[in-house]
Design a binder for this molecule. Structure first.
Ligand SMILES: *[C@@H]1O[C@H](CO)[C@@H](O)[C@H](O)[C@H]1NC(C)=O
Ligand SMILES: *[C@@H]1O[C@H](CO)[C@@H](O)[C@H](O)[C@H]1NC(C)=O
Ligand SMILES: *[C@@H]1O[C@H](CO)[C@@H](O)[C@H](O)[C@H]1NC(C)=O
Ligand SMILES: *[C@@H]1O[C@H](CO)[C@@H](O)[C@H](O)[C@H]1NC(C)=O
Length: 357
């Protein structure tokens, strides 16, 4: 445990225990079940969101300044906001000034990403098409970094808006739950106990193992559609399991990296689900993917010294600073209870019916 703060209040601990119960995602879709490429969606589906609504949801704290590495879009997970997920992470504090320089933006997903992931994914698709136009330094292509459910939003976008596939030169997923979670169902039952049996949020239902949503996504696009790096941790306390044939973050044809691999950071790297956004090892791997996408011939061999300290350009902002910040931020935990509960997962959209189970 390289960096753990002992300063936890009783309330925070209790909230964390609930958060854990609610969101412990286990897994369950077979990697071998990826549909052959010939069945990839090809239709052009109009966006239902207004362009201005999507633009208003995008924030680029360091501006878009035509930095040579192009635009990086950060996509948060369930119950998060762009700011509480990313503001105090190396993706905002360090990445913009790393060689060759990046224009980093986050998006605030509708309903704290508690709503229908099909709609959230569409929102991300729309954002990619708009923001790619701002990525002039990299010829209209951008890169994407997601945390947790953000991976499903991005993969749904790439699956059903084919025009986005050519706009994303690298996709880095941190603790993405491509195969969902066995415990989402238990979490849903707990929320239901507290709201008089009204159910739980659509996104919670959809992230349950073998949900219709996940089966549809994996039938349509159960493999990497763009150069994808999926980074996972054995200590993930939300997306579980991360080992074995059903490891949730493993996506066929992606570069699937386990932080505890001896060739990466080794078995002592202790990183939970939330910490995946600030882990220096994960950041170094993500940076490598973004660097390669921005410089076609670029290659930065993984250096284990970056398992404990950030790849950085003298930012003076350290792992301890990031740790302190996430210890103080509980995210929008209440949204699991407060956001509109539903009795079952939303129906599969007409445009995706052909891939539904
Ligand atoms: C993950 O680790 C952070 C930092 O040590 C801690 O604050 C948080 O409570 C942990 N998350 C859970 C769900 O236990
Ligand atoms: C830091 O910035 C300098 C000058 O722009 C650059 O040459 C160097 O590669 C950068 N270092 C890193 C680690 O990105
Ligand atoms: C992206 O470019 C459009 C069109 O030039 C501009 O209106 C918009 O403000 C830019 N977005 C950001 C986040 O800078
Ligand atoms: C992986 O998932 C499949 C399908 O749900 C199941 O048959 C298999 O037993 C699982 N494997 C493990 C190791 O849990």
């Amino acid at each position: 445990m390289p960096y753990r703060s002992p300063h936890l209040t009783a309330v925070a601990l209790r909230l964390r225990a609930w958060f854990l119960l609610l969101t412990l995602f286990v897994v369950g879709i077979r990697p071998g079940s990826a549909a052959p490429l010939t069945t990839l969606p090809t239709a052009t589906i109009p966006f239902s969101s207004a362009e201005q609504t999507v633009r208003d949801a995008i924030r680029c704290p360091n501006q878009i300044a035509n930095r040579p590495g192009g635009v990086v879009l950060l996509v948060h997970g369930t119950g998060g906001t762009g700011a509480n997920s990313w503001a105090e992470t190396p993706y905002i504090k360090i990445l913009p000034n790393l060689d060759p320089g990046f224009d980093v933006c986050w998006i605030d997903l509708p309903d704290l990403a508690q709503g229908d992931i099909q709609m959230t994914g569409e929102f991300v698709a729309h954002a990619i098409t708009l923001l790619a136009l701002n990525s002039t330094a990299t010829n209209g292509k951008l890169t994407v970094v997601s945390h947790s459910q953000g991976a499903l939003d991005v993969q749904w976008a790439l699956a059903f808006w084919p025009q986005t596939r050519g706009l994303v030169s690298a996709f880095v997923s941190l603790a993405g739950d491509f195969k969902g979670s066995l415990l989402a169902t238990a979490g849903c039952k707990i929320v239901s106990l507290f709201n008089g049996g009204k159910g739980c949020t659509a996104a919670t239902w959809q992230q349950a193992t073998n949900s219709k949503f996940l089966q549809t996504l994996n039938n349509a696009a159960g493999l990497a559609l763009v150069p994808t790096t999926s980074i996972r941790s054995l200590n993930d306390d939300v997306v579980v399991p991360q080992v074995g044939e059903n490891a949730s973050s493993v996506l066929p044809w992606a570069s699937n990296v386990l932080l505890q691999d001896v060739k990466v950071c080794g078995p002592d790297q202790d990183v939970n689900h939330s910490e995946m956004r600030i882990d220096p090892g994960a950041f170094a791997l993500a940076y490598e993917a973004l660097y390669r996408a921005s410089k076609a011939q670029g290659s930065r061999p993984f250096d284990q010294k970056y398992c404990k300290a950030y790849v950085s350009n003298n930012s003076g902002w350290t792992v301890m600073d990031a740790q302190r910040a996430i210890d103080q931020s509980m995210g929008n935990f209440r949204s699991f209870f407060d956001n509109t509960p539903v009795k079952s997962e939303p129906p599969i959209m007409p445009y995706a019916q052909a891939w539904a189970p």
